[in-house]
Design a binder for this molecule. Sequence first.
Ligand SMILES: Nc1ncnc2c1ncn2[C@@H]1O[C@H](COP(=O)(O)OP(=O)(O)OP(=O)(O)O)[C@@H](O)[C@H]1O
Ligand SMILES: [Mg+2]
Length: 185
Amino acid sequence: MPSTALEASISVSNVAETQGFAQRLGGLLQAGDLLVLTGELGAGKTTFTQGLGLGLKVREGIISPTFVLSRIHPSISNGPDLVHVDAYRLESAAELDDLDLEASMATSVTVVEWGKGKVEQLSDSRLEVTLLRAGSANVGEELIFDFHEGEDEEPRTISLTAYGPRWEKSEALADLLNEFESSRK
Ligand SMILES: Nc1ncnc2c1ncn2[C@@H]1O[C@H](COP(=O)(O)OP(=O)(O)OP(=O)(O)O)[C@@H](O)[C@H]1O
Ligand SMILES: [Mg+2]
């Protein structure tokens, strides 16, 4: 188990802020980085990934994969490519192996929606991003929703947990979080 390098949460008010933060995060990502995105259906994982794509300067067109589990968005700026995976429908380790993420890891930033518990072995470091609707809460076993489908002006809490040497060596993420917090004040 890699050790925790950083743990933090930010609050955003709408899609623009979610994507603005993700864009800035995308700007500091490097080839080999692994991001694991968690959050209920519609929490904003794909929306967040679109922001990452802007910051990474990769070919646009990031969408929710329906039948395709993995898509590669090539860099348009000599940086790493973005490999966007939706592991929601992945049913076995063999199916994951078929995606051959190892092969693209070294030259890409790999972002896996619903990847928790499935892709950690790909790297000794990872960034876990959890999106939580402000209006939803786990009460016992029941998930309580209080939101309007499709509205862009909904708050989210975005939690980040960074594991492993990649993030232990870097101050950039902590700096970004501080900057983001002070820019919202
Ligand atoms: N602050 C916000 N951040 C992100 N998305 C938001 C926000 N407010 C509202 N939304 C809306 O929530 C929805 C998020 O959908 P998205 O496809 O990104 O979720 P997802 O987590 O990828 O879902 P899935 O598990 O089905 O892949 C979009 O319709 C988006 O407009
Ligand atoms: Mg999605």
